[in-house]
Design a protein around this ligand. Structure first.
Ligand SMILES: Cc1ncc(COP(=O)(O)O)c(C=O)c1O
Length: 468
């Protein structure tokens, strides 16, 4: 199958949705009625929403309860115009942001109540998502290194660390040193040690990793970093709002947060298991010195004295207000109850997958279940699941796909439906010949084609998304 065929397939998938309402490629001469526009928006929502609401998506929508979603929309609407760039106009934005940071820091500092052991406060900011939090932390380490005379700062991370670390290295001219993972998909600590040089500014570990839900050996990594006097960033984008409660529920969660003296920064997404609306994450630092390296101030700009704490200038204060509202409405009890439900659903899914002949769970994850096989083409299994409505995440090196278990999967019957569909899809792969449609041909191509060819294909894929 050629790249053209793969792109054609993507176009065919998007077209019915896009064409289901009128197309606009210029601003209408006369404004349409609000009612008409709302009905267009609603028509598209109705096409898309049932899929995730019924639990067919991996991750993606982490709460999805109707009342909670309406509440977040109301909180957003009340503060839709707010912009923390103008604290004189919206002092409330500064309150919401500082309190989201404080509540999150406290959650990740154990009994230290938002203060680490030496008494200095954990500091940080609200960003627009996990990727921005990671970009900011990597920028901070780069400049921290440069301030110490390291011309080409290096960051050591397991290959499984999120793609955002690669993006940060690409954007900021950092050298990202990949380290292998062990048989349970956790960073190989001997590899981490071997990769450290005088130019290393930080080690990165995930809690847990996106691909396999593995929690890296953060205590060991944090000690190594502390010994060398460098940073240790924990990417808890996925797990930061779930693992603290999993630990209290008695699940085996290694310490991964500011209780470890060597952990110097954490990224943690309120828009995932914090159940906030899409568009917020928190980046936290043990020291103000590090935090200041992510901030920017212009002192000689004719536009005035300018200071900003994250990558953006103007920022969506409404989303920060909605994140604040989500934390307050959910409460510790709510997070604990959600974690209990999610972890039970994940346990059920893991046991069910292990019982299906020819499938295996990769590693020993808590709530992100990566599924592989020694003798079946798992991408074909995933394609059959897609045909039944599931939206799962393809992984490679090794071939697998995963489901990040959310509250949607803890709804009655959803996990059982997933397992029944999975068993049926495995059977279908055994019985039917390979098809040209789906992700299997794309991953097949990615496995053998040169990197720059796949890169070109992914760029063309982005272009397709922007076609009107
Ligand atoms: C471990 C981890 N880190 C970072 C990210 C990036 O988050 P975002 O998509 O919000 O930018 C994700 C997203 O799934 C993740 O799972």
């Amino acid at each position: 199958m050629s790249g053209e065929d793969i792109l054609g397939q993507l176009e065919r998938q998007l077209k019915p949705y896009r064409d289901s309402v009128e197309t606009f490629d210029r601003i209408p001469a006369h404004g349409r009625s609000r009612q008409e526009i709302l009905s267009l928006l609603d028509a598209l929502r109705r096409l898309e929403e049932p899929r995730w609401r019924q639990g067919y998506a991996s991750g993606a929508v982490y709460h999805g309860g109707e009342e909670h979603a309406e509440f977040l929309a109301e909180a957003y609407a009340l503060h839709a115009h707010d912009n923390p760039l103008h604290p004189d106009l919206w002092p409330s934005s500064t309150k919401f942001e500082a309190e989201v940071v404080a509540m999150t820091a406290r959650m990740l500092s154990g009994d230290e109540v938002g203060r680490h052991r030496r008494g200095a406060k954990v500091v940080g900011a609200v960003s627009t998502g996990g990727t921005e939090s990671i970009l900011l932390a990597m920028l901070a380490y780069r400049d921290w290194g440069r301030a110490r005379g390291i011309a080409q700062p290096e960051v050591v991370a397991p290959v499984t660390a999120h793609a955002a670390f690669r993006k940060a290295a690409h954007y900021f001219g950092l050298r990202l040193v990949d380290v292998p993972v062990d048989e349970n998909f956790k960073a190989d600590i001997a590899g981490v040690k071997a990769a450290m040089t005088d130019a290393t500014v930080a080690l990165v570990g995930s809690a847990p990793s996106f691909p396999h839900g593995a929690i890296d050996p953060i205590p060991e990594m944090a000690s190594l970093a502390k010994e060398r006097g460098i940073g240790c960033h924990v990417d808890a984008c996925l797990g930061g709002f779930l693992l603290p409660w999993a630990e209290r529920l008695g699940y085996p969660v290694p310490t991964f947060d500011f209780r470890l003296p060597g952990v110097t920064s954490i990224s943690v997404d309120s828009h995932k298991y914090g159940y906030a609306a899409k568009g917020t994450s928190v980046v936290l630092y043990r020291s103000e010195e590090l935090f200041h390296h992510q901030c920017y101030a212009a002192t000689d700009w004719p536009g005035g004295l300018y200071a900003s704490s994250t990558l953006l200038g103007s920022r969506p204060g409404g989303l920060i207000a909605a994140a604040w509202a989500s934390l307050l409405a959910t409460g510790e009890e709510g997070y604990m109850a959600a974690a209990r439900d999610i972890l039970q659903a994940a346990d059920h899914i893991k046991a069910g997958v292990r019982a299906i002949p020819d499938l295996k769970v990769l590693g020993d994850p808590l709530f992100v279940v990566a599924i592989g096989s020694d003798n079946l083409d798992v991408y074909r299994v995933m394609d059959h699941m897609t045909a039944r409505g599931w939206s799962l995440n393809g992984l490679h090196r090794p071939a697998a796909f995963h489901i990040a278990v959310t509250r949607r999967h803890a709804e009655p019957g959803v996990a059982d439906r997933f397992l029944a569909d999975l068993a049926a899809c495995v059977e279908a792969v055994r019985q039917s010949p390979p098809s040209d449609e789906g992700m299997a041909p794309l991953y097949g191509l990615a496995a053998v084609a040169p990197g720059d060819l796949v890169q070109g294909l992914l760029e063309a894929y982005i272009d397709v998304l922007y076609e009107v």
